[in-house]
Design a protein around this ligand. Structure first.
Ligand SMILES: [Zn+2]
Length: 405
């Protein structure tokens, strides 16, 4: 089976994860794909391949003869995002893409247009797998899985091709932030690795946001509005005042690249109680801490103005920038760049404006930059992936494992 055939098989599984579920994994479809992948790996001769009770798939490819280097992990996630259905995906291959508009669904008037998605222009002449406009495609991250399994097939059929022990890991529930909750690093047995979960061909990332969530509660005093003078303290108005104290341009809509932000994510309120929930993001750890301090200073200001304990804040750190951990392993970046050059891929190094499974793994002892898959426009109906890009990434992985032998 080639990488495209594999990809088409994997997207026929509905593996949408669900943050409202407290099951592990969050949805049963992920276990079904996990078992199928373990069976497929076994069929390739990877004897220890299995899907455990948490829905994590492991499989180990022994090193080529004479290689004594440590294990290299290759990681992808099986679930698809919550934004759009991942059931009944009807993929279609647009052969030899001509650079124009792609009609996804004639009846529903859904089309992917190059003016909306300029990355299409980089794919002229390639074969693009698209959706029928009613679901996402699932290239995020089944393209990564198809590429890793196709590499595994090659390595098992060519044991003399130089490579270290390759430790395969497919995780569930990445899209809902639980991808690494049950990963057993001892069982994985790798010293470092890569997530294959990026976008356009050449993308390489080893920086991500530092991330925290702030929850604020505002306590007011209610009164009959006709007789409220000097008595009423509206929790909602104090909450609005709080927001007005934060820098107006430091929001997701006004920032890019390495600029951090405060993102008001949820608000609720009555005159008596109001709550605001923020996401705090910054690549720079010092600036990330300064953002938290600023949020606390604004709380202090309002408490001086309206009385002690009018406003309470709790800040929870979610994940950190992996760069500190990746820096200790410069060969991970160097080898990725060299392997891309050997595959005639131009590296595009971009900081991730989010987090990855690799960021969490980097902090638990497995430094993990993120490699491209060739997929584009994840999490929505305009998602697509190029067959040639998936073939290139598979070649890239071959060149990469050879550098670690
Ligand atoms: Zn992903």
């Amino acid at each position: 089976m080639n990488v495209t055939e594999r990809f088409l098989k994997y997207v026929s599984f509905d593996t949408q994860s669900d943050s409202r579920s407290d099951q592990i994994p969050s949805t049963p479809g992920q276990l079904i794909l996990g078992s199928a992948l373990a069976e497929e790996l076994k069929g390739l001769g990877i004897q220890d391949a299995h899907c455990d009770e948490f829905g994590c798939v492991y499989g180990h490819i022994p090193p080529s003869k004479g290689c004594t280097r440590p294990g290299l992990a290759l990681i992808a996630h099986m679930d698809t995002a919550m934004e759009m259905s991942g059931a009944n995906i009807h993929p279609r291959i647009v052969e030899n893409y001509d650079g124009g508009e792609i009609i996804l669904n004639e009846e529903k008037h859904i089309a992917t247009k190059p003016e909306d998605f300029p990355s299409l222009k980089a794919h002229i002449g390639q074969d693009l797998i698209v959706t029928d406009g009613t679901t996402l495609l699932g290239a995020d991250n089944k393209a990564g899985i198809a590429e890793i399994v196709t590499l595994a097939e090659f390595l098992m059929a060519n044991p003399d091709f130089p490579h270290p022990p390759v430790c395969i890991l497919f995780t569930p529930d990445e899209e809902i932030g639980r991808g690494t909750n049950h990963v057993n690093l001892e069982k994985l047995g790798a010293a470092y690795g890569y997530t294959v979960d990026g976008g356009i061909l050449g993308e390489l990332s080893y920086e991500n946001f530092n991330a925290a969530a702030a929850h604020l509660t505002f306590h007011g005093i209610t009164a009959h509005p006709g007789y409220a003078k000097g008595v009423l303290k509206s929790a909602m108005l104090i909450a609005m005042e709080y927001q007005s104290l934060l820098p107006v341009f430091q929001t997701p809509a006004c920032t890019q690249d390495r600029e951090g932000f405060f993102h008001l994510n949820h608000m609720e309120g009555t005159a008596e109680t109001a709550t605001l929930d923020y996401l705090i993001r910054d690549h720079d750890y010092g600036l990330f801490l300064a953002r938290q301090e600023l949020m606390k200073d604004c709380v202090d200001f309002l408490n001086r103005k309206y009385g002690p304990k009018t406003v309470e804040i709790t800040i929870t750190e979610n994940y950190r920038n992996m760069i500190e951990h990746v820096k200790a392993h410069p060969e991970l970046i160097q080898c990725a760049i060299t392997a891309m050059e050997q595959t005639s891929i131009t590296p595009v190094i971009t900081p991730i404006r989010g987090g990855t499974d690799g960021a969490r793994l980097s902090y638990t002892g497995l430094p993990c930059p993120n490699l491209c898959t060739g997929g584009q426009n994840g999490h929505g109906r305009h998602e697509y992936v190029s067959c040639q890009a998936m073939e290139k990434v598979t070649e890239l992985l071959k060149n990469l494992v050879r550098l670690f032998a």
